[in-house]
Design a protein around this ligand. Structure first.
Ligand SMILES: Cc1ncc(COP(=O)(O)O)c(C=O)c1O
Length: 409
């Protein structure tokens, strides 16, 4: 399991400083064994701890800090917007220039059928919004997701999760959820005239970077068109250049009816969205209105950060260099102990012999001041998702450290 791969036992170790024990005592925890890095500051490719140690970040907060930590353009945008106004009204009521210009800029990068952006506060909320929208548009209630997918952690989004070890304590979940096998065309027969929406990641992140096959994606699209089910691409992890295109679906030229985004969108600030045609999105506005509402969706400071992020990505060569950087990184880490490497751009899963070896590897990586993470649903792999700004030198440094760790396991 994901958390069993963490070997840091902050509270159980003999010398626990006050900050760590207060962290355990007062900050809600998600596991018994948090990573426990005490962050002092973060800049570019590095996170610095309170002892002054610097860690090369090969994880980017799980595909969030794609432009590196505290990118100057993002900081500037946050400063400029926060000096104008912060929150003024619940989402959707006031016209805020920053929301309008970002939605327009984002739409310009997408097919014209994806022209309406509904702002939310996280990836999970984007999933929730799309679950509701697909039901409103189709008048149906069944939803389909893939086995080993991850679309979020609220009760609705979690209903789309097949991994019962994570979900069974929270039952009952939403009724009418069916699971299909990723990359198995035969399982598409589960999509019927009763299906409201089909959720899918084009590269399954938490399953250890499983890349969709073109024939499966084409058959999925055809099946959705045939049955009238909405096709929903979860681009929360794959978005904003991570796979070598601005959005992963642009590799395959197959369009969703709804696209979910979050994570790297805000350049380190909390924001997400679901994007569809205006025709579909308008279902939320009437009979009944207020189809999805929130207080902080599209917070102007977060949207300003998102705008700076997108503009920087579009103006720079960060996305066009993703493949070249991924190839170099894969070459640099090549080692006899590695069983398989799966990747799409800089979304990389590396298989070792077994889960014990992954545990040992991660422990040694932390000692070597490398930030590398695990996968929720794949215990024999480790995850590399560095910021897209990683340089050739940093790739070589990471490669040298990783191969040295593997030599000594
Ligand atoms: C593919 C995918 N969908 C949804 C989510 C949920 O996003 P958030 O954690 O912002 O709620 C994640 C988060 O890891 C994700 O990777």
């Amino acid at each position: 399991m994901f958390y069993e791969n963490r070997l840091v036992l902050p509270e159980k170790k003999a010398k626990v400083d006050q900050q760590k024990s207060d962290f355990i005592k007062h900050v809600g925890q998600t596991s018994l064994i948090p990573h426990g890095l005490e962050v002092a500051h973060a800049k570019g490719m590095y996170i610095f701890d309170t002892k002054g140690e610097q860690y090369l970040d090969l994880n980017a907060g799980i595909a969030v800090s794609s432009m590196g930590h505290s990118h100057p353009n993002v900081l500037e945008a946050i400063k400029t917007q926060s000096e104008k106004y912060l929150h003024t009204m619940v989402y959707g009521e006031h016209i805020q220039a920053v929301q309008v210009s970002y939605a327009k800029l984002l739409s310009e990068q997408l097919d014209e059928s994806l022209s309406s952006v509904f702002y939310v506060t996280s990836g999970t909320e984007a999933t929730e919004g799309a679950m509701k929208l697909s039901r409103r548009v189709t008048g149906r209630y069944e939803l389909i997701a893939c086995k080993n997918a991850y679309h979020g952690s609220t009760l609705g989004a979690e209903s789309l999760m097949s991994q019962t070890w994570m979900t069974q304590a929270y039952r009952p979940h939403l009724p009418g959820i069916r699971f299909i096998e990723f990359n198995n065309i035969e399982s598409l027969s589960a999509i019927t005239e009763k299906t409201a929406g089909v959720f899918i990641e084009l590269v399954q992140g938490c399953a250890g970077v499983q890349v969709i096959e073109k024939a499966f994606l084409q058959a999925l699209k055809e099946r959705c068109v045939e049955t009238g089910a909405l096709l929903i691409f979860d681009e929360i992890q794959t978005g904003f250049g991570r796979t070598g295109k601005l959005f992963a679906h642009q590799h395959w030229n197959i369009l969703p009816d709804i696209m979910l985004i979050a994570k790297a969108m805000g350049g380190g600030m909390p924001i997400g969205a679901f994007v569809s045609s205006k025709k579909y999105m308008d279902h939320f506005t009437d009979d009944p209105p207020l189809g999805h509402i929130n207080t902080f969706g599209g917070h102007p400071v977060c949207v300003a950060a998102a705008q700076a992020t997108l503009e920087t990505l579009l103006e720079s060569d960060l996305i066009s260099r993703v493949d070249q950087k991924a190839e170099l990184l894969i070459r640099e880490i090549s080692h006899a102990s590695i069983k398989e490497i799966r990747h799409k751009g800089l979304m990389i899963g590396v298989d070792l012999a077994d889960a014990v070896m992954v545990k040992k590897f991660l422990h040694a990586a932390k000692e070597a001041r490398l930030l590398i993470d695990t996968f929720l649903f794949n215990e024999t792999s480790f995850r590399l998702a560095p910021p897209l700004i990683i340089t050739e030198e940093e790739i070589k440094l990471a490669g040298a450290k990783i191969t040295s760790i593997l030599n000594n396991l």
